[in-house]
Design a protein around this ligand. Structure first.
Ligand SMILES: *Cc1c(COP(=O)(O)O)cnc(C)c1O
Length: 408
């Protein structure tokens, strides 16, 4: 028997079934008209933002990293809740503008921005988090051609990285950002050449559950930003401090102590070095905002026994849930939180392997998990599916197509 990860708080049972947004899983599947489907919960999104607002100091803004969940209805729901939107492509820019988000609230990071993407962003006044000297030069040239001063911030490749980070995105040689020691010269250069100077973006890690690691990284970010601002000789209109807050996916994972992070940040924000005293601060979060708000529902198509092992074979799989299958940057596969949604209130009485419908042994959703006895037609729920699910999985693989997505 292998345990499954912790089911996020806030999900209820109605009529013995898992319910999301007041509706039973079977109702949601019927409403969507098909399975598999992703269900995103407004109540969870609202609650998460409210928790963050309560914990964070007022002067620290909250950005949503759109790549975690670019579903149009989700972006639209987040629009009035957060302060800014971090995008990573012109495709994400189009989604944000489609729901009426003011481009002045959007910043665009990502290595390898094409000229047409820079142009689309500059034309509407999106802030570019420039990742290299070459990109800054292209942005300035495009701005000149358009007769529009590009809004430029510089993404810094810091020399430190967040401890315990699930994905390393700072420290040493990286394709992200400009090495810290080269930032002052570049900043002065873009300012001299007429860019609208927007400050710095320092992202040092992702998926961290340790409050201490986050607090330490935020201290390092503020210190580096102050040193760079001193060197540059201009203040920073804005500092995007990165994010890094993770969510529990696996057995034994504990949620981030948000109150502790917020209190430490409030203390620092109240005692900023004078060079940052007028700087607008923000953090940027993806999975922490949306991950626990999503549930993936997939139907049991077959139940079979092989050499004494019971398999529940579903109509979903790694083509929608690459991360839950254990194939998205994990070394040892562990079970995501999962359940039989249509028998949510029942006792777990049998050990099963829950798999997807793809012709590859990589397509596993839960290994040797204790579940209530389920049969063909039952629905399986995989939790923590609100971030890096639908769009971070190879939905074209084997031709089953994308899952449905609904916001309730
Ligand atoms: C991906 C990304 C994020 C979001 O990371 P999460 O782990 O989802 O919070 C934030 N900022 C940048 C620059 C990113 O690339």
């Amino acid at each position: 028997m292998k345990p499954v990860g912790p089911i996020p708080a806030g999900y209820e049972t109605i009529g013995g079934e898992l319910a999301i947004g007041g509706k039973r899983a079977s109702e949601l599947a019927a409403e969507a008209g098909r399975t598999p489907l992703f269900v995103y919960s407004r109540a969870h999104l609202d609650a998460r933002v409210a928790d963050l607002r309560a914990a964070l100091p007022r002067r620290v803004g909250l950005n949503f990293a759109v790549k975690a969940n670019p579903h149009l209805a989700v972006i639209g729901h987040m629009a009035p809740l957060v302060d800014g939107f971090d995008i990573a492509s012109s495709g994400e820019l189009a989604l944000c503008t489609a729901v009426g988000i003011d481009p002045a609230r959007i910043s665009f990071a990502g290595p390898g921005k094409r000229d047409d993407e820079l142009e689309a962003a500059i034309a509407v006044g999106v802030t570019l988090n420039c990742e290299s000297e070459g990109e800054a030069a292209r942005a300035l040239a495009i701005g000149q051609r358009l007769g529009k001063a590009p809004r430029i911030a510089i993404r810094v490749n810091p020399s430190f990285e967040m401890k315990g980070s699930g994905m390393k995105m700072g420290g040493g040689a990286k394709q992200f950002g400009v090495d810290a020691e080269r930032v002052p010269a570049l900043a002065r250069d873009v300012i001299t050449q007429g860019a609208e100077w927007r400050g710095l973006h320092i992202f040092s890690g992702s998926q961290t559950l340790s409050a201490d690691a986050i607090i330490e990284a935020q201290g390092n970010v503020l210190e580096l930003a102050a040193n760079l601002a001193d060197d540059i000789g201009y203040g920073l209109p804005k500092l995007n401090m990165g994010g890094g807050l993770g969510i529990p996916y696996f057995p034994g994972d504990e949620p981030v102590d948000l109150a502790k992070v917020g209190a430490a940040l409030a203390e620092r924000a109240a005692h900023l070095p004078s060079v940052l005293s007028d700087t607008e601060l923000c953090i940027e979060l993806g999975r922490y905002l949306v991950g626990e708000a999503g549930v993936y529902l997939t139907r049991v198509i077959d139940r079979k026994i092989s050499h004494g092992v019971t398999y529940l074979i579903t109509d979903g799989g790694l083509h929608h849930q690459l991360a839950a299958s254990g194939n998205f940057g994990t070394v040892v596969r562990r079970n995501y939180p999962s359940a039989i949604a249509t028998r949510y209130a029942m006792e777990a009485t049998e050990e099963v392997n829950i798999v997807g419908c793809l012709c590859t042994p990589l397509d596993r959703l839960a290994d040797a998990a204790m579940m209530p006895q389920a049969d063909v037609g039952d629905l399986v729920a995989v939790f923590c599916a609100g971030a890096y699910g639908a769009t971070a999985s190879p939905s074209a693989f084997l031709g089953h197509g994308p899952a449905a997505e609904i916001l309730v």
